[in-house]
Write a protein that binds this ligand. Structure first.
Ligand code: GLU
Length: 357
């Protein structure tokens, strides 16, 4: 009889511990906040098979509700930061996002997801990569098909992005982009196709990992300094200096650089031909700009390969800077932040930033 009572008590204790543990595991879901900015993932069209639609129509709450089981991955809530097509993404929204993310991650939030149009997603990701002050995961996602389209891929992208943001393995990977089952680092990801769901690639460094119906696997850490190792900050910043991009081509006119200088650009990025090259006349215009203290960065319109210092251009003679692996749109962001922080940096100091970041 004594033994039976003992057994009963023992089983009761085990059962109690099991139930407790079950409850506390439920309570322990990671806390993830979705910051919505708009884009096709929140887009809506008249027809499920037509290609025309308007970005940024659906609210974050309806987007979360459209994804079955997403609330099983994380303790989720959403905030609407903006609702624009990402062609209208702005420095103001970047700064609002960065400040909100830093505020949330300094508290008990475990990860952030940002829903965003794909057109400029890599730019927002790279900007945040330089100014977020946390090693917790920050994940951007979006979709190529609007929410009303046949085979809209936004719900699965959102599900996977939340899974990555909720995973403890995602720490220390800087800001990431999750689309089409792949995880990319902000430094290296770029949009490669105007309409296809397989649009994002990282041609120089490859993807960081995979995410398959919420199963997260990492293979690599990202390239370049980021987040907690970055010396840049969005704190207290209200605007960024104007930096313009000019696109290179055969017989390119030097007037464009002179016009940018006249219009008040504080820095210029050339999307050069080949290894960051430009017509001789444009190089002379670049020299005129650098002599006035306006840095000119040589990036490339070619999607892969680094722009080499002193490749075919004598960078010392023309006062120019090689973008290394940054494409023109990301080179612009690094230059804006660098000039905002210290507008008197030397050419050599700026060049070093392009190697480090
Ligand atoms: N223009 C849209 C945007 O970037 C289309 C791209 C997308 O979201 O897929 O918001």
């Amino acid at each position: 009889m004594k033994k039976q009572i003992f057994n009963f008590a023992f089983i009761s204790v085990l059962l109690f511990a099991f139930i407790q543990n079950g409850f506390s595991q439920e309570k322990k879901l990671p806390k993830v906040i979705i910051l919505a900015t708009g884009g096709t993932i929140a887009g809506s069209g008249e027809s499920s098979t037509g290609s025309s639609y308007t970005s940024g129509k659906v609210t974050i709450e309806s987007m979360i509700d459209a994804v079955p089981n997403i609330r099983k991955l994380a303790d989720l809530s959403g905030e609407q930061i903006s609702n624009v097509g990402s062609q209208d993404m702005s420095v103001k929204i970047w700064l609002d996002l960065a400040n909100r993310i830093n505020e949330l991650l300094a508290g008990d939030v475990d990860g952030i997801v940002i829903t965003h149009g794909t057109d400029t997603q890599e730019e927002t990701a790279y900007f945040l990569n330089l100014v977020v002050k946390s090693n917790k995961p920050v994940v951007l996602t979006g979709s190529m098909r609007p929410s009303t389209a046949l085979s809209a891929e936004g719900p699965l992208n959102l599900y996977n992005a939340v899974a990555v943001a909720a995973s403890p393995e995602s720490k220390d990977h800087g800001v990431m982009v999750v689309m089409n089952d792949k995880i990319f680092g902000a430094h290296s990801v770029t949009k490669m196709n105007t309409t296809n769901v397989e649009t994002f690639e990282a041609p120089m460094h490859g993807q960081l990992g995979d995410v398959n119906f919420g199963e997260v696997t990492f293979y690599h850490y990202p390239h370049g300094l980021n987040t907690t190792k970055s010396r840049f900050s969005a704190d207290g910043i209200k605007s960024l200096p104007r930096v313009d991009i000019v696109y290179g081509c055969a017989d390119m006119s030097p007037d464009l650089i002179d016009i940018m200088v006249k219009a008040g650009a504080k820095g210029i990025v050339v999307a050069g031909v080949g290894d960051g090259n430009m017509t001789t006349a444009t190089l002379e215009a670049a020299k005129r700009a650098t002599e006035k203290g306006i840095p000119v960065v040589r990036s490339a319109r070619v999607p892969t390969g680094a722009v080499l210092i002193h490749g075919e251009v004598d960078d010392e003679k023309y006062g120019t800077i090689a973008s290394d692996e940054l494409n023109p749109q990301k080179a612009r962001i690094l230059l804006m932040l660098a000039l905002q922080q210290d507008k008197n940096r030397t050419r050599e100091e700026l060049q070093q930033l392009f190697i480090d970041y």
